[in-house]
Design a protein around this ligand. Sequence first.
Ligand SMILES: NC(=O)C1=CN([C@@H]2O[C@H](COP(=O)(O)OP(=O)(O)OC[C@H]3O[C@@H](n4cnc5c(N)ncnc54)[C@H](O)[C@@H]3O)[C@@H](O)[C@H]2O)C=CC1
Ligand SMILES: N[C@@H](CC=O)C(=O)O
Length: 368
Amino acid sequence: MNAVLTPEKVRDGSKAGVAIAARAPAGIALVLLGTGVVGGAFLKLLNTPVAAALRLVGVANSRRQQTAVEALADRGLREQLKRQGDARDDVKLLNALDASDAAVKVIVDATASAELAARHAEWLARGYHVVTANKSLGGGELSGWRTLQEALAKGAHYGDAATVGAGLPVLSTLRRLRACGDGLLTLEGVFSGSLSYLFNQYDGSRPFSALLEEARQQGYTEPDPRSDLSGEDVARKLLILARNAGFALGTDEVEVESLVPESLRGLDTQAFLARADELDAPLAARHAEAATRGNVLRYLARLNQRGHARVGLVEVSPTHPAARLYGTDNQFALTTTRYHTQPLVIQGPGAGPEVTAQALLGDVLALG
Ligand SMILES: NC(=O)C1=CN([C@@H]2O[C@H](COP(=O)(O)OP(=O)(O)OC[C@H]3O[C@@H](n4cnc5c(N)ncnc54)[C@H](O)[C@@H]3O)[C@@H](O)[C@H]2O)C=CC1
Ligand SMILES: N[C@@H](CC=O)C(=O)O
């Protein structure tokens, strides 16, 4: 029989919270893929009372995984996994889910791995629910999106709130509008927390690369920050939103402006980071040019009524809504058949470990 643990006992720094996650009667069993910035924050949330009905049965990083109950109950699981664990093997992780008596079995993807994302549809078709921060399937090739829709028709759930706005209620709002017969006409805004953070602060007084390093340290950027700077991550979010609104856009139908100079594109991540100061001169010039006209730079995403999609750096006046953002704010302005005089605007922090992990948790709990 499980000990009854009060919230106070869970908060007191003992192992109790993890013990709940590992030993509670099974409501929802889950495996977690990825223990980086977002996955690490998600593990912390599993140690809080709200996650008492969740049972973690497996966890993996890119190299190792753990399915042993005692090891999973270790509060230092994330660090432990860096040193020890079994070799990566999806089959063994799924076996751990199958062995659980939980009625609801969930795979949480907190990686940026395209290979794992390519398996989401297969997992859904096999009856596992998938909750993801990984945008590679929803925002990748249209064929992958279509495979995903076919898999979803079989009944499993795809929790993708974390993929856009780091969990801001954008996708849920869009789906609700659509379910009510409203149609998206145009979509515009700032869809990147890291690029928002960078351009909200960049005034030429500090090198752009220094701000980028700050954004990276805060956990706002993608594992390789060029995914943000190239516009690829923003394009994925635009595609996820557009497709959910009924625009079957392919990746080649989004015009993408990259901020990564040609010379930095072919490098591995570490080599890129070592040479990130090569970003500084071109952006300083763009900033200075905009400033001569009293304008500022913002990285905007736009989908117009004809389905034309573009993401790129735009010079805007200081009174433009995107010029009035703070920190990692995202901004999504949805003009629809019913919100046509003024757009429906959703705004708030759009990157960061805690909010993103919370979005994952919310999607998992919604399955209960
Ligand atoms: N950082 C943020 O604010 C937000 C991030 N996201 C998304 O969350 C995902 C993770 O981002 P971060 O945590 O920042 O990245 P990260 O680089 O800190 O962590 C990635 C984790 O995935 C693991 N991993 C890679 N391949 C794997 C595999 N095949 N099997 C198991 N684990 C594997 C890595 O070992 C690492 O633990 C990305 O898809 C990102 O786009 C979404 C919204 C906001
Ligand atoms: N790197 C992304 C994180 C969320 O998706 C961003 O900057 O928005």
